[in-house]
Write a protein that binds this ligand. Sequence first.
Ligand SMILES: [Zn+2]
Length: 459
Amino acid sequence: MAGHVTAKLKRTLKAMAVVVLIAATAILAARPFVPFGGGDGPVDAAPAAYVDMDNEGTVRAQADGADSEIEDRARRPAETVVQVGSGETLMDLLGRAGVASVEAAQAIESLISVFDPRNLKAGQKVTVTFDPSPYGFGHGDFRQISLPSDAFRDVAARRRPGGGFQAVESKRQVTRQVAHYSGTIKSSLFESATAAGVPAPVIIAMIKVLSYDVDFQRDIQSGDAFEVMFEGWYDTKGKLVRHGDLLYAGLDLSGSEITLYRYQDGQGVADYFNGKGESVKKALLKTPVDGAKITSGFGMRHHPILGFSKMHKGIDFGVPPGTPIQAAGDGTIEMAGPNGAYGNYVRLRHSSGFATAYAHMSRIAQGVHTGRRVMQGQIIGFVGSTGRSTGPHLHYEVLVGNAQVNPMSIKVPTGVKLAGRELDRFQQYKRQSDLLMARIPPATHIAAETTKPSGRQTN
Ligand SMILES: [Zn+2]
C-alpha cells in the first residue's frame, strides 16, 4: 500500500503536484504533517522553516530533473524548534518531537560528551532535525539534535553515515562590545531603564552601586535622568547574548549629579568610584531592607501599645513579613536570639565604631550565631512581628558605643579614597570613559577592541 502510493506520488508529482497532494492528504490522513497550501502556494513539509544554525548539518538535497519548487522544498531537512518544558528531560523532549526512544537514547548518550544535561533549562530552545521525507511530506529519519550550551557555544548530536551519533561542538561568533543607554525617569529607574532597553541584570547592578548614595524611595523624582555604560557580548545579529560589567552609572537627581565609574586599581581590584575617586561603598547600607518605606522615624512618639509618649530609638521600616533583612555592614554578631520586647533580635558590631540592631524578626537566618562574622548585604533574618509589635516591620537601630543614634543623621565613613598616583590614574581613566560614552550614541553598542580605556590595560 505505502509503496504503491509512493510510486504514484513520484510519477505524478512534477505534472500534477497539487491534485496528488490533496489525494495523499486523504489517504494518509492518520499521519501527522502540516496541511498543504492551496493553489500554487508554497508547500512546506517541515513543521516550521528556520534558518540553519550551521550549513554542515543541513546540506540541502538537490532537486533532480524539472527542479520543481515543491519537490525542492520537500527534500530539505525538516527542523523543528522545541522549547524545553518545566522538569522535562532531553529524552522527554525528543519523544515529544517524534523521535523513537532508541535513537533518542543514542543521540543523548553522544551529546553528553559535550553537554551536561543538568544545564538544560526550562524554556530553552532545542532544534530537532529530520531527514527529508521520501514521500514529499511529513519527515524522514531523525538526523540531529542541537542546542546552545551557553552564550558562546552550540552543541549537537548528529547521525553518522555509518550508524550511531557523533557529538559536535561549535563556537558561536560573538564580540565584546560597549553599550551606552540614557533616558528620563518617569516613575522608577527600573521601569524607565527597562523601557530604554537596558537589560534587567544591568539595571539591578546599577541600583546596587547607586543605593549607597541614593534612597530609591525618596530621592528619585519624575524627570530625573539616568545614564549607563556596560560591556556585553553580542552575536552577529547584534543580539546581546551575555552582559558583562557595569562600567558607568549616572543619575541626575533634580540637578544634583551622581557619577560612578568602575575602576580597576593598580593591584587589579575593581570597584566603583565617584568622580572624586571615592569608593561608593559605605561602612553601612542606607537601608537594610529592599524597597523600604519608613513608617516611624527616630524621636519622640506616642507609643501605640504602651499608650504614652516614649522615645523611639530606631527607625521602623514597613515592609511585608518575610522580607529578607541584610547586614548593614561587615561585622561580628554580638547577639542573635529572642530579646524581650524586641522579639527575635540580632545585633552586629562593626569596625567603624558602630553597632546595628534588627528587631521583631519572624526568624533569624541559618548560621547567624553570636561570634560569627557577617558581610555587608548578607541576609541575617526575615521581617516579622515578634515581641512588642503591632504588625510586621523591621525595627532598626544604629548604636555608637551603647547609645542609639538617629541612623538618618549619622555621618557614615566611606570606604577607600584614591590618592596620589592612583588618583591621577583614575582621573585619566574617568576622562577616557567620558569620551568613550560621548562616542557611543545612546541605545547602541560598539566593538570593545577599539574602545578599551587605558585604565583597564595590562602592564
Ligand atoms: Zn521601632
